[in-house]
Design a protein around this ligand. Sequence first.
Ligand SMILES: [Zn+2]
Ligand SMILES: [Zn+2]
Length: 398
Amino acid sequence: MKLVEPIIAFQSELQQIRRDLHAHPELCYEEVRTSDVVAAKLTEWGIPVVRGLGLTGVVGIIQNGTSGRAIGLRADMDALPMQEINTFAHASKHEGKMHACGHDGHTSMLLGAAHHLAQHRDFDGTVYLIFQPAEEGGAGARRMIEDGLFERFPMEAVYGMHNWPGMPAGAFGVCEGPMMASSNEFHVTIRGKGAHAAQPHKGIDPIMVAVQIAQAWQTIITRNKSPLDTAVLSITQIHAGSATNVIPDDAKMVGTVRTFTTEVLDLVEQRMRVLAENIAAGFDAEVDFAFKRNYPPLVNHAKETRFAVDVMKAVAGADKVDDQVEPTMGAEDFAFFLQEKPGCYIFLGNGDGDHRDGGHGLGPCVLHNGSYDFNDNLLPIGASFWVRLAETALPLAR
Ligand SMILES: [Zn+2]
Ligand SMILES: [Zn+2]
């Protein structure tokens, strides 16, 4: 590890910030205290801030030298609506809310980088520090874009980072192209005609229609898309009926579709609709088909990924960098930024949970688990990576 020395000295303050944020988690677009903390720290360190993009978002601006060039570094700030099981001192004080995805750590690492960049200014250009609200389902990234993020703060590239449990602590992972999936949901209602279960011929059974549609949809994955393309179609709820002797009027099906490309997503959605409508018609039933696209696929740009890999190797050593990390079917709204600007998103290993203080829950230290905790040993590593990335992207003329 070749960490930035002054950041190592700053680690205990970063840990205090991180644990304070962990103890006070806030949900999508409610990050009022969190953004106050972020803005106060940046201001204290002499960094101008612009607030209000994406409601609770904060942009810090560190400018140096004469170059008009600029990059953006992004951290997400929001927590999850779930109960923390941990009982250590910095466990959540907010009932039913928890930093179980480590966004408290992401925010703290970017603050650590901000502190160093503002003090040392060893770069020529502008570094925009993007503290984003509402990653967990609220599309805070899109909201910041709609509020003019890239017009008000023109940047040539944007980078994001997520801690990744299971990967060795402090190891980096990234890949060119799709690294996380598009996330989409469907809500389908099949309208039949209720009847006595002993007289099925007098009704139209929506349950039989739902079963046929559910089976047929799986052939989209195996018969319609290319075997080389990736897609998941999971029906996660089927609801119908209320009695053993009643055929209900309707049946509902709900679930998720994940793909790595918009083309495959277009195909899956179109085939789902055609099969649902035509199978229902074949049974004289009707169907309401609603399909909602949430987050697009997260696609890393080649040049910026190769650049980030070089910086990772300089910070962590080549043996700690996997530049062909396995993509995940999870989703991430940083994808919206990468639709607008070149850049890349990387994983930073959070380890296997050994770092947790006494009093942690019995569950595994994985994302979105009540026993999770961000690994504070990553604070100087992630902050050093951000600093070296900025300094290398925007080099001083020597
Ligand atoms: Zn999450
Ligand atoms: Zn997350």
